[in-house]
Design a protein around this ligand. Structure first.
Ligand SMILES: CC(C)(COP(=O)(O)OP(=O)(O)OC[C@H]1O[C@@H](n2cnc3c(N)ncnc32)[C@H](O)[C@@H]1OP(=O)(O)O)[C@@H](O)C(=O)NCCC(=O)NCCS
Length: 326
């Protein structure tokens, strides 16, 4: 049985925040941000928007694209690191918002590879025969998890949502997936407070540990290594030669990571999808948003081979190789 993407949709908030806007509130420069990260602008959600609101819009677009009704959905998985609240799951809020009355729903937290993990999990439910149509969403209002006084993180992130409907397909679809985690590196990218380890307190407020803490250089090294290692692994497993990959969609965290990773892997930049300049790092949303972008631009052709790879908090990484057919 083959499983693939039968519907695709995305949404990024309308509010554009440029590097010049950030220069006004932080000790930073447009030049530093561009040269160190490749980011020119990013999107910030409106104050009244939370992750489920972005996910709802992306999900409705994906359902329309799949020509399915919300009642046809059996399961919703939301990959996110910025849920509306600790519980209930954002997926349950999305289920209610889109009226998917027949769907079970849960969140999957796997750092930025959230969508890759969730799509891999979703595909297993279909292969096992348990479910037919699954909404897999990567959605974030991750900018709210960032400290607006920390120039090392605040300038890098943006909000967005990408949604995919998975179902059985006659041709193409997912060829193989690979998932990886190394929890011994957890401290390099973490939001330490607000959970059971460090509940909210005056100390937490003072330390600002309710915001993301990151060791940029360690994350950088892990990311470049994982892009090539896990991509090679998934291609080997699928028996797909690197040369036959038509599109390479790496997680959009930093243009320097993308370029170094692509070079290490040996894939030319013409095949690499880049959205970081416009959207920054939208965490678990970055891959489905980038995929939807080339789809809407009419660039994805049937039987194109698409390699998607991501890395992030955990530390985790994941890759999917698929053949596009829709
Ligand atoms: C964060 C990152 C862009 C920093 O780039 P870098 O080249 O490693 O820069 P460094 O951390 O060495 O910092 C260099 C200097 O720039 C400064 N700096 C950091 N952020 C800055 C900013 N926004 N504006 C201006 N200067 C800044 C630092 O304070 C440091 O100054 P110092 O030398 O006086 O101490 C880079 O490490 C990175 O992208 N890492 C991966 C992050 C990531 O992808 N996270 C998400 C994974 S899903």
């Amino acid at each position: 049985m083959k499983v693939g993407i039968v519907g695709l949709g995305s949404y990024v908030p309308e509010r554009v925040v440029t590097n010049a806007d950030l220069e006004k509130v932080l000790d930073t420069t447009d030049e530093w941000i561009r040269t160190r990260s490749g980011i020119i602008e990013r999107r910030f959600a409106r104050e009244d928007q939370a992750t489920s609101d972005l996910a709802k819009i992306a999900a409705e677009r994906a359902l329309k694209d799949a020509n399915l009704s919300p009642y046809d959905i059996d399961l919703i998985i939301v990959g996110t690191n910025s849920p509306d609240m600790l519980y209930p799951a954002t997926a349950c809020l999305v289920q209610d918002k889109i009226g998917a009355k027949n769907a079970a729903a849960f969140d999957l937290q796997a750092g930025c590879p959230g969508w890759i993990y969730a799509a891999t999990v979703g595909a297993q439910f279909i292969k096992s025969g348990m479910y037919k149509n699954i909404l897999v969403i990567g959605a974030e209002v991750i900018t709210r998890m960032m400290d607006s006084t920390d120039r090392g993180t605040y300038v890098l992130f943006g909000d967005g949502a990408g949604a995919t409907v998975l179902s059985t397909v006659e041709n193409g679809g997912f060829i193989s997936s690979e998932l990886y985690a190394d929890g011994s590196l957890a401290q390099y990218l973490t939001l330490p407070a607000g959970g059971s380890r460090k509940p909210f307190s005056e100390e937490v407020l003072k330390e600002r540990t309710y915001f993301t803490k990151m060791d940029g250089q360690e994350v950088f090294k892990f990311s470049v290594r994982e892009i090539s290692r896990i991509s090679k692994k998934v291609l080997d497993k699928a028996n797909v030669p690197l040369e036959s990959v038509d599109w390479f969609i790496p997680h959009q965290a930093n243009l320097r990571i993308i370029k170094a990773g692509a070079q290490k892997l040996g894939i030319p930049m013409e095949k690499v999808v880049v959205t970081i300049d416009k959207f920054g790092n939208s965490s678990a949303a970055s891959i489905p948003v980038a995929l939807d972008k080339i789809y809407r631009e009419g660039k994805l052709k049937n039987s194109d081979k698409v390699l998607m790879v991501s890395f992030g908090a955990g530390m985790t990484s994941g890759a999917i190789i698929m053949e596009w057919s829709k």
